[in-house]
Ligand binder design. Sequence first.
Ligand SMILES: [Zn+2]
Length: 356
Amino acid sequence: MIDQILKLAKQLISIPSTKNSPKEIKKALNVALEELEGFTVERFESNGSPSALIYAGKTRPKKFKIILNGHLDVVPGRPEQFNPREVNGKLYGRGADDMKAASAVLILLFKEIVNKVNYPLALQLVTDEEIGGYDGVRYQINKGVKADFFITGETTEFKIKNEAKGVIWLKIITKGKAAHGAYLWRGKNALWGLKKILDKIEKAFPVPKRPVWKTTVNLAKISTPNMTANKVPDSAEALFDVRYISADTETIEKKIKNLISDEAKIEFLENEPIHFSPKNNQHILKLQEVGQEILGKKITTIKGYGASDARHYSRVGIAGIEFGPKGQGLHSDNEWIDTQSLKDYYQILRQFLLSL
Ligand SMILES: [Zn+2]
């Protein structure tokens, strides 16, 4: 089986399926779907991003028990990263870790097992995870795709990621009064006004020096339309990226609003929900049991700082996790996956799916 997994993984890695190459994205999806002939393939497309949902029966069930999910898009890489190579038990290449090798496992496992289980199982292949998943996973959910439980094969070193932070992007805008730079008393400086607010935000959300499970605020950009030194700026704005934990879900927007005086305006640009599934979810417990049996060590749950496609399921109340093999260097020039871990990954998921 590992030979087939590696063959398909390499085939996928050699396709530069980045967001700027719609042709290559389509090609990666087609290569994957060639493996899945004989099953029902529902194809979706939204804003140019194709995706597919694969299952055994003729019609889509109201709700799948499990959806296995893989994304076939990658972030851009150096040309040589699209020539996969194996060295000392590691497979190198763009997407080896994130997440074409895991996708290859999911594809081949689905194919082997879908007719051996007596519940509705789906494989979901998407091509826009790296740019937010709005036209892949979220689009399919909007089209009525449902499940009891969702597993995406993002690399987690066999840990179960059952929680990830939510994301808010917002802008704070201050207004002042323009004046000549020599006659400050005639104007009101919007940048000084903004600075006061920035200080308050920095105090309320200090920049952590190490990973801590807290809501964090990144000051991303400060700007003013003012172009010249001898003018008092009458307008300024700052852009923020807020990463919030589940405990702050209901209060975070209010907390930030309260820090801002009446002189500033706040604009919320994005609010992406947290990903959260309770640790005592029966599927999580079962996967921990099976994983421990196969690996001979405890499978722990972890929290994620960054968002994944799992959050789209959280938004509609579907439990889900990130669970994947061992690898490193995602989005870097030196990305790899441990090939032995692909074997273990196949076995763990196989036994898990057969036990349900
Ligand atoms: Zn990924």
